[in-house]
Design a binder for this molecule. Structure first.
Ligand SMILES: [Zn+2]
Length: 491
């Protein structure tokens, strides 16, 4: 798409009305009146005041204390919504033929700016979120899969956690007096991952199916009821509906046939796993086409569910008075999903477009004008957009590492984009792709080392090698021990 610059003004009213009237239908009916709006020009709370308010405080009957003035760079409400696993080219926002993302389209129609050429910092959840929250590329925070790590964030995932030394968006907002709330339907975003630093309220799913579809909406209704109207809000919410297993497609969806939940069984390495059969090339020709159709159908419905949950979340916030003319919102994805291309499924470990090309959408109701996204643009810009509403000029780079899935171990490497050219280093081999003429990345060519892409990639790939050589994290790190105890992985 073509990036646009739009004035706020009338668009704000249109956006808020759309959120309240069309997105909140049936999901966000408030059981208490929306809190009164704070007036402009009043003092914001001093650093440290945040901790004086108990979590879960209800709206008082007296008028709330004003907290953030419009136009001062500190909106009363800042929202960071991650649509987990949503690749750009399967969103109707980005031209996909199926109507997968009506909420994103609605936001764009009402004045939000977006790009369909953002690139996630990494091809899976943990490093991408660490980059969003710190503004650092993966090689700098090094929060990656480490097979020899003693830190397990769930039974199958071993990582280097995001180190406490990094300042996160949530910590910065907390220091500015915001209540900081994380609602994650992705069970990787746990205490031991380090990603929850700075969040005062942490609602994390207990299982991969625990906060999907209506379950997320039900839980979010409790969260929004418990918000403190006296303090500004930073909300991070991860919607996990597009992640495998892909949800059941119900009856009477005009654009999809009904089908049961699609479970790829990726951790079961035998013939009974559809994932294993496909990526190992064991599936027969007759099997492959219907299998991939069911994958795409289930995935598309998952995107639609994630988009619907975003709409419901925004509707509830609007109905509780959090989306007046004093809010900022960023929506993106932490990575995409392979749908059979290059004989790959799911995500992590690779750098193909389907894996890392994601949508990015932004709106700041307090700004006179919205920024214009360059294309391509790095997902790292999320950090500054959230904190300051400014768009930094950053190189567009994605970094990946191997994992210990013995079916699909991935590669060590990095990709960098310049216009529609893409260079990568993969296990020390470089290649150049011309995406304009080769969107499927079928024809890698030599990457001239003295070209701009070649030079910037060489520097990044050396940094990636240094990151991979770091020692594996130990579980006896005192902070880690406490975090692991908190979630029951250690006694
Ligand atoms: Zn993810």
């Amino acid at each position: 798409m073509t990036p646009r610059t739009v004035r706020a003004g009338a668009a704000i009213l249109g956006l808020a009305a759309a959120l309240g009237l069309t997105l909140g239908c049936g999901e966000g009916a408030p059981d208490t009146p929306a809190p009164a709006r704070p007036s402009a020009g009043d003092k914001r709370p001093e650093r440290g005041e945040a901790g004086e308010h108990a979590k879960g405080r209800k709206a008082p009957s007296a008028p709330p204390t004003p907290v953030a003035a419009k136009g001062n760079g500190a909106p009363r409400t800042v929202i960071f919504a991650v649509l987990d696993t949503v690749r750009a080219d399967h969103t109707s926002l980005c031209g996909y033929a199926r109507p997968t993302t009506p909420t994103l389209q609605n936001l764009a129609d009402k004045g939000a700016v977006h790009t369909c050429r953002a690139y996630s910092p990494a091809p899976w959840t943990h490093p991408s979120h660490a980059s969003f929250f710190t503004g650092k590329p993966v090689n700098e925070h090094a929060a990656i899969w480490v097979t020899a790590s003693e830190v397990a964030i769930n039974p199958v995932t071993r990582v280097r956690p995001l180190n406490d030394a990094f300042d996160t968006v949530a910590e910065d907002f907390a220091a500015r007096g915001y209540q900081t709330v994380a609602v994650s339907a992705n069970m990787i975003i746990t205490e031991p991952s380090g990603l929850l630093q700075g969040f005062e309220t942490k609602v994390v799913t207990p299982s991969s199916l625990g906060l999907r579809g209506p379950k997320l909406r039900k839980k979010f209704r409790e969260v929004v009821d418990d918000l403190d109207p006296e303090r500004p809000l930073f909300l991070f919410v991860n919607m996990y509906d597009a992640h495998d297993p892909y949800p059941e497609v119900p009856e009477k969806v005009p654009w999809l046939p009904t089908q049961p939940r699609t479970d790829l069984l990726p951790n079961q390495h035998d013939d009974a796993s559809p994932y294993y059969r496909y990526v190992k090339g064991l599936a027969s020709q007759d099997e492959v086409a219907p299998f991939l159709r069911s994958v795409v159908n289930g995935y598309d419905w998952g995107i639609h569910e994630a988009d619907a949950n975003l709409g419901a979340v925004l509707g509830m916030l609007a109905q509780h008075g959090w989306l007046g003319d004093d809010f900022r919102i960023v929506v993106t994805a932490d990575h995409g999903e392979m749908l059979g291309e290059h004989q790959l499924l799911r995500h992590g470990g690779y750098l193909y477009e389907g894996m890392v090309n994601v949508p990015l959408l932004y709106f700041d109701a307090t700004a006179d004008a919205q920024p214009t996204f360059p294309e391509p643009v790095s997902g790292l810009v999320v950090h500054d957009l959230l904190l300051t509403g400014t768009l930094p000029d950053l190189p567009v780079t994605t970094i990946t590492e191997k994992n210990d899935n013995d079916v699909l171990v991935g590669v060590i490497g990095a990709a960098t984009w310049d216009g529609t050219d893409k260079g990568w280093c993969v296990d020390h081999d470089t290649a150049l792709f011309h995406l304009a003429t080769d969107p499927g990345e079928e024809h890698p060519g030599p990457l001239p080392p003295q070209s701009g892409l070649g030079q910037s990639l060489a520097t990044t790939c050396e940094a990636v090698d240094r990151m991979i050589a770091l020692p594996a994290p130990k579980a006896d790190d005192p902070d880690l021990v406490e975090a692991l105890k908190a979630v029951g992985y250690m006694e």
